[in-house]
Design a protein. Structure first.
Ligand code: UD1
Ligand code: UDP
Length: 363
């Protein structure tokens, strides 16, 4: 079976790593190359700290092809990925294209593959925030509307797909490959240099990530948000690894107790999550990782496509309500945050399940 795996942005690399490992393990177990896989990096993310560091830390092999599309507007980036990926697929025959997550690379490659009449599998299919102002929600809906197979992280994702007319036999509830990576790497988590520099101690700091356009693209709103978080968290320090989208907007900002850094590598970032008092974020993946680790998570969005992190896990979605933020931080600081549990099948074996199912498909 010839498989083309697509990854383009930071969370994609984390989700694809265990799938590659499971494909290789399957081949080794059966002593023959049942799976012939090719990995295509679209180049959506390209800084060392947004891309290569994940390949090094997670042992992901060098991609067979890097489309080098870089940044652009939504339409420009999507179009460039489609043009380059079409050429890639024509030159390298494949039976199945596997896309992960909800970034522009996911949607662009799914559409391109289907228009060449190839089968498409979507890992993390079926998630819905119902907020169509987010580019990711459009990416999810469009990707799922063309995909043939769905590997889901939750029962509710499968139910969303059924509501949209997909057939039960197309949907496989397998668990979460992002959690596979976390479970496999937590013991390798590494203290970042900033820990000693700022004399951090476990459970006495907060971790912050922000990169959603709604939170960061407007400089005034971003600055207000950061000042507010800083004031409410004081005297706790807040570690803030700054996403490149956010970086340009906060050049001249100095907020007390905010420790800004470059985006961190995975092993340093999970160390900081694991030892924090709590995390404030608008990330999708971080909502899941904090739930798995039992770390309090405050999500600065009005919706989540990952409802189990709230209903079962340690996440609360608070929008941009200052009073809710104040209350949430008080609960975290006083150690009274809700306790969560781990969603079904988030057990580190999702990729193994995916590969076993792939081996049974008649394409
Ligand atoms: C993208 C995804 C988002 C995901 C996030 C993960 C879409 C629509 N958005 O958002 O769903 O949560 O990745 O991090 O696909 N930039 C750099 N260096 C890089 C990459 C980006 O400087 O390596 C800067 C560029 O100025 C670029 C901006 O960041 O214009 C945004 O990058 P882009 O990939 O368009 O979107 P993200 O905000 O990263
Ligand atoms: N992450 C990281 N370094 C950072 C910030 C995040 O390694 O400085 C990891 C984090 O552990 C998670 C993933 O990146 O696995 C999430 O990526 P991001 O928040 O950019 O994307 P999203 O999940 O929102 O699409």
């Amino acid at each position: 079976m010839h498989i083309t795996l697509v990854a383009g942005a930071r969370p994609n690399f984390i989700k694809i790593a265990p799938i590659i490992r499971a494909l290789d393990t399957y081949n080794e177990k059966y002593g023959r190359a049942f799976f012939h896989w090719r990995m295509v990096h679209t180049g959506q993310h390209y800084d060392d700290k947004m891309s290569d560091i994940f390949f090094r830390e997670l042992g992901i092999p060098t991609p067979h092809s890097n489309l080098g599309v870089g940044s652009g507007s939504q339409a420009e980036q999507t179009a460039r990925i489609m043009m380059a990926f079409e050429k890639e697929l024509i030159e390298n025959a494949t039976d199945l294209v596997v896309v992960v997550g909800d970034v522009n690379s996911t949607m662009a490659c799914a559409i391109t593959a289907k228009k060449l009449n190839l089968k498409v599998a979507h890992v993390e299919g079926g998630l819905r925030s119902r907020d169509r102002t987010m580019p990711e929600e459009i990416n999810r809906i469009v990707t799922d509307s063309v995909a043939d197979y769905f590997f889901t992280t939750s029962v509710s994702a499968g139910a969303n797909l059924i509501c949209e007319g997909m057939l039960p036999e197309q949907i496989f509830f397998v668990g979460n490959t992002m959690i596979d990576t976390l479970a496999a790497n937590l013991h390798k988590a590494r203290k970042p240099a900033l820990w000693d520099r700022h004399q951090l101690t476990a459970r006495h700091y907060l971790l912050l990530t922000l990169h959603r356009p709604a939170n960061v693209d407007d400089k005034t709103r971003l600055n207000r948000l950061l000042s507010e978080i800083s004031a409410l968290a004081a005297p706790l320090p807040i570690v803030f690894p700054v996403h490149p989208r956010t970086r340009n907007k906060i050049n001249e900002l100095t907020v007390p107790n905010l420790i800004c850094s470059e985006p961190l590598g995975y092993l340093e970032f999970i160390y900081l999550m694991h030892h924090s008092a709590g995390v404030i974020t608008d990330s999708g993946g971080v909502q899941e990782e904090t739930t798995w680790m039992g770390i309090p998570c405050v999500t600065l969005r009005t919706t989540t496509e990952r409802p189990e992190t709230v209903s079962i896990g340690t996440n609360e979605v608070i929008g941009d309500d200052s009073e809710k933020l104040c209350h949430a931080l008080q609960l975290i600081i006083s150690g009274k945050w809700k306790k969560g549990s781990i969603p079904e099948l988030w057990d580190g074996r999702a990729a193994e399940r995916i590969v076993n199912i792939l081996s049974q498909l008649t394409l």
